[in-house]
Structure formats: structure tokens, C-alpha cells
Design a protein around this ligand. Structure first.
Ligand code: 4NP
Length: 146
């Protein structure tokens, strides 16, 4: 799960997908990262932590890290939140095998739409809940497909 800062959207996506795969007893490795290093080492944004908690998920212990080339070797699927994340991740791809792992997460729920998960950083609680609902819908489909 990749966004810009790894403090708002992608930690939510990580928490949601981990919750769903756990409930399905799936043995998966799920992680998130940011394309920037601006928030490395920080816990998720308080508003993401609160929103997740409200929805029954604890993401308070996660810590931001930056996406790195070796992530292509560890993960089968790399879901990005928006077109900027897509461009930044694709820039690090070494070959077609890396490139084909990368996908807009919302294409799972809205096929071929290339829709972005809107960046809620400068917004309020309502937008964080909107992000949660979008990610929840996509993660349900991802978990069922694993
Ligand atoms: P995220 O949100 O990419 O969903 O973690 C943001 C976090 C920080 C900033 C922008 C977006 N920022 O400008 O610091």
C-alpha cells in the first residue's frame, strides 16, 4: 500500500487489508510505504488513527517508511493511491515484472477507472471517513481474491 507520506491513506489501507485477511485466515505479508521520506519513523496521522479506531481497527503502532526498490522483490501486488504515487513507484521499477505489480487500488473496486484515493491531509474528519469507505470497498475485493 503506497501513498505520499505513509501517514494518512496507506496506513489505513494496510490496517484494513490486514484485518480482512486475518478474518479470512490468510497467510499474507501486508505493509505500507510512502514515496516521500518526509514522515519516516512517524506514527500515522492522528486523524487516520482515530478514524481506524472508530471503524474497529488499530493502526496506532504503525511507523512510516519510504518505498524502496527491494519492495518489488518482496511483494506480489503494489497498490498506489493516486497518479503521483503511480509515477513515483514506476520510476523505481527495474523491468516489466516490477511494473506489472503496480496498480491503482481503486481499480479493484471500480475497474479501469484509474480513480485516486483523495489526499485527506488538508481536509477534515469527513474526508478521512470517505477515504476509509473507499479503501474498505477495495480491500474487501482484494482479500477475497487472495
Ligand atoms: P498521505 O497524506 O500521502 O495519505 O500520507 C499526506 C501526508 C503528508 C503530506 C501530504 C499528504 N504532506 O504534505 O506532508
Amino acid at each position: 500500500m503506497v501513498c505520499l507520506g505513509n501517514i494518512c491513506r496507506s496506513p489505513l489501507a494496510e490496517g484494513i487489508l490486514r484485518d480482512k485477511t486475518k478474518k479470512l485466515n490468510l497467510n499474507t505479508i501486508i505493509d505500507s510505504a510512502g514515496t516521500s521520506d518526509n514522515h519516516v519513523g512517524q506514527h500515522p496521522d492522528k486523524r487516520s488513527i482515530l478514524n481506524a479506531k472508530k471503524n474497529g481497527i488499530d493502526i496506532s503502532q504503525l511507523k512510516a517508511r519510504q518505498f524502496k526498490v527491494s519492495d518489488f522483490d518482496i511483494f506480489d501486488y503494489i497498490y498506489v493511491m493516486d497518479e503521483y504515487n503511480l509515477a513515483d513507484v514506476l520510476e523505481l521499477a527495474r523491468n516489466d515484472n516490477d511494473r506489472k505489480k503496480v496498480e491503482f487500488i481503486l481499480n479493484k473496486a471500480f475497474p479501469n477507472s484509474n480513480m485516486a484515493v483523495p489526499d485527506p491531509y488538508y481536509e477534515g474528519e469527513k474526508e478521512f471517513e470517505h477515504v476509509f469507505q473507499l479503501l474498505n470497498k477495495a480491500c474487501l475485493i482484494i482479500a477475497k481474491s487472495l
